[in-house]
Design a protein. Sequence first.
Length: 425
Amino acid sequence: MSEIVLFKHLIDPEVRNIENYIKLGGYEGLKKAFTMQPDDIIEEVKRSNLRGRGGAGFPTGLKWSFMPKGEGQKYFVCNADEGEPGTFKDRYIMSENPHQLIEGMVIGGYAMGATVGYIYIRGEFEFVAKILQKAIDEAYEKGFLGKNILNSGFDFDLYVHLGAGAYVCGEETGLINSLEGKPGQPRLKPPFPAQYGVFGKPTTVNNVETIACVPDIIKKGADWFLSIGPEKNNGTKIYAVSGHVNNPGVFELPMGTPLREIIYEHAGGIVGGKKLKAVIPGGSSAPVLGPEHLDIPMDFDSLKKVGSMLGSGAIIVMSEDTCMVEAFTRLAKFYAHESCGQCTPCREGTAWLYKILKRIEDREGKKGDIDLILDICGKIMGRTICPLGDAAVMCIKPAVERFRDEFEYHIEHKKCMVENKIPIF
Ligand code: NAD
């Protein structure tokens, strides 16, 4: 079995209880952190090459170093608004191993001088929020949260905040607005949250999986983390595999594990022994790949090289029985529904994309529709405040280009090219 960093419930299924977590060496990272200077913790995280697991892969230590030094209220926010189609990894960390996230939050708070933390969790995860709250209560009782934690002189309070089911609140500035009680509409960046975040104060926003890596990095040292995964893409990664596979689920593996191994060994191969038609490697926003990419290492840099991205590490597998028109019409509906409406290219563009794709799916497509889709994509990309519009384009455009013949077949023959299709979403 490969190294377990996050899924400690595979070692002890009851690790969500604080006593069990402590027995497995839990909160040792925090104890060690208090023997270090805050800047040295940031340096250690920098040296570990820990990159943001929410999707963008931004270097975590560098992000922490953007926080201003000195007095004044600062916030540390955990983005637990996991909402990308196909993405279901963070909820396993929070429901099975919540103390590792809490420990990471306290270490990060101490390193950056933030005394208040929020875990912003999507509204649909109410059951996970309850598990988290119980773990937070336990941590307060044991003195790992609250005033003068472990006699360090450092205070840190941690709150769970439930969202209300909006995908765009997973974008960090939309999240910040929502946390403040405003509509969850993203803000322009810069200023980045480290300059102007929650209630106008310096704030760092990190994904759940990212923060949960921190306790072990501090406890075992950056060199240990660097020993896992390829250069500049270190550590383990939780891959969430869904779609036409025999064994869908979440798998913690070394970063850079080949796509073929993840699909055929860990996820049990394609249902019915069918052929692989396409795979979305990193949540719905990552450009779709084909069977020729099966040997690609699943890490940030390798996927970028082939024009896609690791994103959140959510792998959506589509067999030869998938109708691409149906699959991507469904995703287009998602983006159109989730657009916050603030920017015209996104609001109008995503709705228009869905409308055209829907009519192609309904056998009412017109000649010229495919070029119209590609033209609209070009008018959305790079013209909006947040990346939701871009994400819709990165999802739809490569699919229409790669499977153009299928879309054309729908328009010309008024029927689907795939016999006995199996829905994917
Ligand atoms: P981004 O590249 O704009 O930013 C990533 C992070 O780095 C942010 O926290 C940002 O503040 C920081 N950053 C970037 N440049 C900076 C600079 N110059 N100075 C200071 N800080 C800087 O990406 P993003 O919009 O935050 O995220 C996009 C990613 O989110 C996509 O890859 C997508 O796959 C992913 N995503 C994930 C989910 C999910 O459910 N996990 C949902 C939607 C999107």
